[in-house]
Design a protein around this ligand. Structure first.
Ligand code: PMP
Length: 310
């Protein structure tokens, strides 16, 4: 079936079933709208030789549960388990006859009207919609700028939880970077250490060592970040997960961003400093090629990451 021109022509999983896109609406008085009280994830569903496959679906579901748990949105786990979630994703993909690479955004919304600033014991509703699998960064390479906005700290709004409302922090930082002519930002924490980009994790390579901020650096525990660490282990590349200084970025041999919507994108400029040779580095290019194969089921070693939606 040909690709639909507009993703709003697909049906959406909303609550308990598929509904037309135009019928998947939230009340203006819901906590989801009033406070951004929703948690979400985005995962790719790609074309493989054995049909459509979701990448690390169980990990995405687990992170969604964890985000809800951190916020106290307890009604999601009461209603959903991985099997029912997988069945809903399968229904969404098969009933929309998807046969090309797409992204699926799955969100748990708190839908009660004006319940006040609280989270426990409220009604939650799952929505899942399909949209084009398009990178948020230029494919060839990206130029980034240190954000004037600091990353939300764990003791204010935890970056570890993928909370819709917290993305105002990412919007501020990304828009600041765009306004300055860059492709994206590098977030620093309140002490000035490197966290991540607006919607992707960051890695650098220095003297053959792969370095990335550790998971207590006010960042989202990216599923692609974890996947890159698996590739590095398979290739026996030494890894350091630790606090990263901004100036380490300036003198890195290679830097890349990774994430569902960033894939593996080389970063060739930070704050007007050219990184390495100014061209994508060899380790970055190796990971990018491996990742494309992984997503499309063309690599035996990583086939375990795919859930075939039949
Ligand atoms: N950090 C942030 C802030 C993000 O929004 C994303 C995208 N979900 C990532 C990192 C990368 O996470 P993942 O690899 O799970 O897509």
């Amino acid at each position: 079936m040909p690709q639909k021109d507009n993703f709003t022509n697909y049906t959406v999983y909303f609550g308990d079933d598929l509904v037309p896109f135009a019928n998947a609406n939230l009340s203006v008085a819901s906590s989801a709208v009033l406070y951004g009280l929703s948690v979400y994830t985005v995962f790719p569903v790609n074309k493989t030789k054995q049909g459509m496959a979701a990448f690390r679906l169980e990990d995405h579901f687990k992170r969604l549960l964890e985000s809800a748990h951190i916020l106290g949105i307890d009604t999601f786990a009461e209603k959903w388990d991985f099997e029912s979630f997988k069945d809903a994703v399968t229904k969404l993909i098969t009933e929309n006859t998807i046969t090309h690479d797409v992204f699926v955004r799955a969100t748990v919304h708190v839908v009660d009207n004006v319940p006040g600033t609280r989270s426990r014991g409220l009604t939650s509703k799952l929505s899942m919609f399909i949209y084009p699998a398009k990178s948020i960064l230029p494919n060839a390479s990206a130029r980034v700028k240190t954000s004037v906005w600091r990353r939300v700290p764990d003791n204010a709004i935890p970056a570890r939880a993928k909370v819709n409302g917290a993305y105002v922090n990412s919007v501020l930082a990304k828009q600041d970077a765009l306004d300055s002519g860059y492709d994206d930002c590098v977030f620093l924490d309140s002490a000035g250490h490197v966290c991540e980009l607006s919607a992707a994790n960051i890695f650098l390579v220095r003297n053959g060592v792969l370095i990335t901020p550790n998971t207590t650096s006010d960042l989202l525990e990216g599923i692609n970040r974890r996947t890159i660490l698996t590739y590095a282990a398979n290739l026996k590349i030494p890894v350091q997960e630790r606090t990263v200084d901004l100036t380490e970025l300036y003198i890195a041999d290679e830097i890349f961003a990774c994430g569902t919507s960033a894939y593996v994108t080389p970063i060739t400029e930070v704050d007007s400093r050219t990184i390495g040779s100014g061209a994508p580095g060899p380790i970055t290019s190796t990971f990018a090629a491996m990742h494309t194969k992984t997503l499309h089921g063309e690599q035996n070693q990583t086939e375990k990451f795919l859930t075939h939606l039949l």
